[in-house]
Design a protein around this ligand. Structure first.
Ligand code: SF4
Length: 508
């Protein structure tokens, strides 16, 4: 079948690195995508999600972020276009995290990719799915290979039978983290909803419009946090608006229809662009701890013109309770902290105010205007922040500071435990707790103090297992296995030689 449009340039070169986007062939895929008409998309990603100091933090496939955002929305269908191995991994992880929803998949092979038939298959799938009684929107996502091959999702119809079609590219070679992939979809949806709202009347929120001006909350957070934030906004004469990413399409209109936006998580660059296009101001940081809450109430109040006396009154009502909660639940111990959620700096602030000796903060997310106040506050307390932190940097900090507790990603926690240092997994145990205002002030202490108190058990375990070997010799053996580093070297040399040979053949 003929390609749908002459702007579509199928790129067979992309196929040569099928499934390798996340661990090899990254530059080739990016070059292929550029030559296949995706230069604008990649340039926008480079602008929104700056890389460095190294290319990409070691975290899960970025597309999981946008996939999860779509799967959590009511009446929204999700379709992936990508290599089968990528789709398998992404659906597995989605269901591991309780998606309980179907993930659509349009498979391809060399022929359908290079002839443009894949795009036709996607179009057909979208038409078959677009039932207004079931869906408000269908999200189609190009993973690495279809992006590199230039599959033109922008040519899909904008709507079918009243069902909105949102096509996005989320390649691992353009979007550095799964956090920022959430922004790719949230931003695309906000843009769509903004255009709808500008064109005419749109649906009101399910629970009706708030009688007070609202503050839209940017970033997924613990479910009790928006309620806590709402209570803090009340004396300012404001109410908490929707949380973006939203759980329903019509909430997007309510999110845009706010008095101001609180960028609780700092990496939503594309979403911020949409809010600013809608004429909204955006306030960074979050109401964490005493100092964070004070600065945030001030900034939010000023952004919507609340009189100074009313802001002062609100602070007088809230801050003593935050201070009291912090004092009641102190944290004692030396801590290193790293993660990829985007809330690492906020958690570090809370820990410092709780009395912890925080030596290092690593985040996979970039430095942005919306985490600048947090970075400055931490720097003033002598806490260094590493943006776009690599696993090696997180591990080096843990080994250097020998903390009483290492909070981090799975490999950091594993390395900490191996060294008999108590560790807590950031995503499951830290970011799944309230952080804001009074509720947040005491919420971390219990889990952190309990983990620090476990040091004795780690020492006992280490002593118990001492001498059973590690690495290649881990386990109990009659004849301890001999390490053979020369075999690995030999194998590595052969792989490099083979790769060079293939490259030379390609150039002939
Ligand atoms: S889509 Fe994800 S899993 Fe697949 S190659 Fe790209 S980054 Fe890796």
């Amino acid at each position: 079948m003929a390609p749908p449009d002459d702007t579509f340039i199928a790129n067979p070169a992309a196929l040569k690195t099928d499934g390798l986007g996340c661990h090899a062939g990254r530059d080739e895929l990016a070059a292929a995508a550029k030559s296949a008409g995706k230069s604008d998309v990649l340039a926008q990603f480079a602008n929104d999600y700056p890389q460095g100091p190294h290319d990409q933090p070691q975290s899960m496939c970025p597309a999981f972020g946008s996939l999860r955002v779509g799967l959590r929305m009511r009446r929204t269908a999700t379709v992936l276009s990508g290599s089968a191995c990528c789709v398998y991994g992404l659906t597995f992880t989605s269901h591991f995290y309780g998606a309980r929803r179907t993930v659509g998949y349009v498979p391809f092979n060399s022929e359908t990719l290079v002839t443009g038939k894949l795009f036709e298959d996607i179009r057909e799938a979208v038409h078959a799915l677009a039932k207004p009684e079931d869906y408000d929107a269908i999200v189609v996502t190009n993973l690495c290979v279809p992006t590199a091959s230039g599959v033109p999702l922008q040519l899909l119809p904008k709507e079918i039978n009243g069902v909105r079609i949102v096509g996005i590219d989320v390649p691992g070679f353009g979007v550095p983290t799964h956090a920022e992939a959430k922004d790719v979809l949230a931003g695309a949806m906000l843009r769509y909803a903004r255009n709808e709202a500008e064109a005419g009347p749109v649906a009101a929120p399910r629970a009706g419009r708030s009688s007070k001006p609202t503050v839209t909350l940017l970033g997924e957070m613990f479910p009790a946090d928006p309620m806590g934030i709402g209570m803090m906004l009340e004396p300012l004469g404001l109410a908490a608006g929707p949380v973006v990413p939203t759980r329903e399409w019509r909430e997007l209109y309510a999110a845009l229809d706010c008095a101001t936006v609180a960028a609780i998580h700092p990496f939503y660059t594309a979403s911020v662009r949409e809010f600013e296009a809608a004429g909204r101001k955006v306030v960074g940081s979050a109401p964490v701890g005493h100092d964070g809450t004070e600065a945030w109430l001030q900034a939010i109040g000023e952004s919507v013109g609340v009189p100074a006396a009313q802001i002062a009154e609100a602070k007088n009502r809230i801050l003593p309770a935050v201070r009291g909660a912090l004092a009641k639940m102190p944290v004692r111990g030396r801590i290193t902290l790293s993660g990829y959620e985007g809330s690492e700096l906020l958690v570090a602030r809370l820990l410092v105010e709780s009395g912890a000796d925080v030596r290092y903060v690593g985040t996979a997310c970039p430095r942005t205007p919306w985490n600048e106040a947090d970075r400055e506050w931490l720097a003033a307390k002598g806490v260094p922040v590493q943006f776009r932190a690599s696993l090696e940097q997180d591990l080096a900090a843990m080994h250097e500071y020998q903390p009483d507790l290492a909070i981090g990603t799975t490999p950091v926690v594993q390395a900490a435990k191996q060294a008999a240092i108590p560790g807590l997994y950031f995503t499951n145990l830290i970011s799944a707790r309230p952080l804001m205002g009074v509720a947040g002030a005491g919420s971390l202490a219990q889990v952190i103090n309990a983990a620090i108190a476990n040091k004795g058990r780690f020492d006992a375990m280490k002593a118990f297992f001492e001498g059973v070997g590690d690495g290649h010799a881990a386990g109990v053996w009659q004849d301890v296995p001999q390490d053979r580093p020369e075999f690995r070297e030999n194998y590595k040399r052969q792989v490099i030689k083979l790769a060079k040979k293939r490259k030379a053949e390609e150039m002939i």
